[in-house]
Design a protein around this ligand. Structure first.
Ligand code: C2E
Ligand code: MG
Ligand code: MG
Length: 743
């Protein structure tokens, strides 16, 4: 046993140590430096304790741990964190037990921060220099060298160096966390998950994963200048999630957030940090507090992290904006079609029983747009959106699904079509103009559908076009046979388009028109015929509506008019001069701005006198788009073309309307001709039309004359011209010429 100068002998203070053991442990859990004494001699433990008992390093007392063999020491190090220094005896169980322990502390246990002071009783057991270097040993002393002063100096140096290593490691960890946080913060798309992640990252950077905090953002666009609401919360504030800042349960929290918002800067408290991030509508407030006081370094890290959080916040705002553009109609600020379809899908997921999808089309919106200008058109759409929104409870979703079509998704009872139509009983006033809106509605009940949102939306649109085309009711519910019909129409359109492009299978037939007094053929009506690639003759009643709906009729109509003109010139050349040619014209052709020019070119191109061409316009069409039709007809009339109202009597034109149309002829609808027995309603109406023609100075022709009785009745009424199977069905041009020769 070695004795050291100026120190009590081991025997002297064994007792002291024994009962002083507890007293050297700091009472509270205030921070300490942990020092592990490893020595197989108990006396060395006691002596060390005695020497170091009141030592304070960097404001902290020491806390001692003891091990009496290298195996025990290994175990203590393994289970204890934050050991600042190990005072280690080299020679214990074996000559190099201490050195073995050093290897395992550094290697196996990976404790690179813990400082190690080697002590040995025998100078001969000094470790080689490589060991000191490779295992990062702070000091090597023989026990006899270690006077109290030396021990204190050596330990203080080791603790200081431990403290520095810890702080470097902490900054490394902090910076690493920040570097890693950046991409994580940029990966969020919605504000809730972003804010939650920002709070957790901030808590981690402040070194307290248990910290509490809130992340507040403003609700765009209204309350950019108020405190906003809690988009995410952690720790003790978790129950504040979703609340408005002004309505938080914790007045202190409100005060901190308010102060921070007004200063637009960071606010540091002993235990917390509040930050104002971003600007304008993207402004956010972040507040995190810990039960532990925050170190200076953590605060600086927090400031660095806040830059990443601000960038992430901007990213979320940008994503929200893109989302807005992708899913919100900018004119009416309503969900657009894509969003509407996904709303239907959401509804289906939630259970769609007793819910309905409706699409509402403003009839003739394009005419309003053309007549009053786009600005007024836009205002009208906005006003319609307001009226629809005002007419339904908030649970009904409203969307603008195309130019002049709106979508509604709501409970069956709310979307009764009569209810929707009633909302437009009063005119809408825009730009000082009072406009009457006549919507058409297509609906599908979700309960009956097993389809996706996109399918249901399509079905409602099929029902809508059915409602528009039939003009009977202003609304239609989708049915399965509509789908079949619509598929058939689609196939038909496909075939017809090919036929029109290749001019294959299309031809004109001509039906003679007879002057009653002379019995002469004075003209022909050109009627379009189509034989498809499978050799089927498709009746015009089937393909003309499809061509009209798809606007293919514009091309077809041009072909019809030009072919008819060419035929007329042929007959002229063949010596059947002076015939008139009647050509049917569809509404879609009238809407085409090139129609008048096209007709002029066609007629003059074949060197025909315009008065020999007669355009047939159906009565219902002339009424449906009256203003537009009147204008075009006047242009044609000025050019010199003759104009007839086809199917007259089947529509509901008033005298006022008739008076404004530049007409030459009325064409009595076939239905009245087929009902021509004396005293029948058909006879009465036919007679009225003949008289009307006389009064207005218009010629009258009857179509669909099949019998001699009908012919005689019409002649007696004073009708001038007839057309019908009684004389000839529509026939190809060659047959028509033969017929002319025969008569
Ligand atoms: P529409 O203009 O009223 O043509 C008269 C229709 O009555 C023709 O039917 C004709 O074949 C038929 N018809 C003629 N005489 C008699 C008769 O004595 N008894 C009966 N039961 N029917 C008779 P089609 O050719 O089937 O044409 C049907 C409709 O298709 C036409 O009615 C017209 O609205 C339309 N259409 C035909 N060709 C064209 C065309 O080139 N362009 C346009 N836009 N529509 C056309
Ligand atoms: Mg006709
Ligand atoms: Mg007709």
């Amino acid at each position: 046993m070695k004795r050291r100068k100026g120190k009590p002998s081991v025997e002297e203070f064994v007792d002291i140590v024994e009962d002083a053991d507890d007293s050297v442990q700091p009472a509270s859990d205030a921070p300490t430096w942990r020092v592990l004494i490893v020595d197989d001699e108990r006396e060395v433990h006691s002596a060390t304790l005695f020497a170091l008992r009141d030592l304070i390093v960097a404001g902290r007392p020491l806390e001692f741990l003891h091990a009496y063999s290298s195996a025990e020491a290994r175990e203590v190090v393994g289970r204890t964190a934050d050991i600042a220094v190990v005072l280690l005896d080299v020679v214990m169980e074996s000559g190099d037990a201490g050195l073995q322990l050093v290897r395992s502390i550094r290697g196996e246990l990976g404790r690179t921060d813990t400082r190690i002071i080697l002590r040995t009783g025998q100078p001969g057991y000094a470790p080689e220099l490589e060991v000191i270097r490779d295992y990062d040993i702070n000091d090597y002393k023989t026990k006899s060298e270690l006077t109290r002063t030396r021990l204190v100096t050596s330990l203080t140096t080791a603790i200081r160096s431990y403290e520095q290593i810890c702080s470097v490691q902490e900054s490394e960890r902090g910076l690493d966390r920040i570097v890693r946080a950046a991409p994580a913060l940029l990966s969020h798309r919605d504000i809730g998950s972003f804010a939650g992640s920002a709070l957790r990252q901030m808590a981690a950077v402040l070194g307290d994963s248990e910290a509490s905090g809130v992340f507040c953002v403003s609700r765009p666009p209204e309350d950019a200048e108020t405190g906003g609401y809690v988009a995410a919360a952690i720790g003790r504030y978790e129950n504040q999630l979703g609340r408005d800042v002004s309505a938080l349960a914790d007045p202190e929290l409100i005060e901190v957030l308010e102060l921070c918002r007004r200063s637009a800067d960071s606010l540091h408290e002993n235990h917390g940090i509040a930050m104002c991030l971003g600007a304008g509508q993207g402004k956010a407030l972040l507040y995190v507090r810990s039960d532990k006081p925050l170190g200076e370094f953590s605060r600086r890290l927090a400031e660095v992290l806040s830059v990443s959080i601000a960038a992430g916040l901007e990213n979320v705002a940008l994503f929200r904006k893109l989302n807005t553009f992708a899913y919100v109609d900018q004119l009416c600020q309503l969900p657009n079609r894509a969003r509407f379809v996904s709303l239907i899908d959401e509804r289906i997921r939630l259970g769609a029983r007793d819910w309905t999808v409706a699409v509402i089309d403003i009839d003739h919106f394009s005419d309003i747009n053309a007549a009053l200008g786009h600005q007024t058109g836009d205002q009208l759409l906005q006003a319609v959106a307001r009226r629809l929104r005002g007419g339904f409870a908030p649970e009904v979703a409203l969307a603008r699904v195309s130019g002049d079509t709106f979508g509604l998704l709501g409970p069956d009872a709310a979307l009764e079509p009569e209810h929707v139509l009633a909302m437009f009983a009063q005119p809408i006033v825009v730009d000082g103009q009072s406009l009457m809106i006549h919507p058409f509605i297509g609906l599908e009940k979700l309960a009956e559908a097993e389809d996706s949102g996109a399918d249901i939306f399509k079905n409602a649109n099929i029902a809508l076009s059915r409602a528009k085309n039939e003009h009977r009711e202003h609304w239609q519910y989708f049915t399965r046979d509509m789908q079949v019909a619509s598929r058939q129409r689609l196939n038909l359109l496909h075939d017809l388009r090919h036929a029109a492009e290749a001019k294959r299978g299309l031809s004109l037939h001509y039906q003679p028109q007879i002057e009653i007094v002379s019995g002469r053929v004075i003209g022909a009506e050109a009627l379009l015929r189509w034989t498809n690639d499978r050799g089927e003759n498709i009746p015009p009643q089937r393909f003309i509506p499809v061509a009209e709906y798809s606007r293919l009729i514009i091309d077809l109509g041009e072909w019809v008019l030009c072919s008819a003109c060419e035929q007329l010139r042929e007959w002229d050349r063949a010596g059947f001069g002076g015939l008139r040619m009647s050509v049917n014209v569809s509404p879609a052709q009238f809407r085409d701005p090139n129609f008048v020019g096209m007709a002029r070119r066609c007629i003059l191109g074949f060197g025909l006198e315009p008065g020999r061409i007669e355009l047939e316009v159906t009565e219902s069409m002339a009424l449906a788009e009256f203003e537009m039709v009147v204008e075009t007809l006047h242009k044609m009339k000025r050019f010199g073309v003759s104009i007839a109202v086809d199917d007259f009597g089947s529509g509901y034109s008033s005298l006022g309307h008739l008076h404004r149309l530049p007409l030459n002829r009325l064409k009595i609808d076939r239905s009245f001709v087929s009902d021509l027995k004396s005293g029948s309603s058909g006879a009465t109406i036919a007679e009225m039309i003949v008289n009307l023609g006389r009064m207005l100075g218009l010629a009258v022709i009857a179509e669909g004359v099949e019998t001699v009785q009908q012919f005689d009745a019409l002649r007696e009424m004073g009708c001038q011209e007839v057309q019908g199977f009684y004389f000839s069905p529509p026939v190809p041009a060659g047959e028509f010429a033969a017929l002319l020769r025969k008569r």
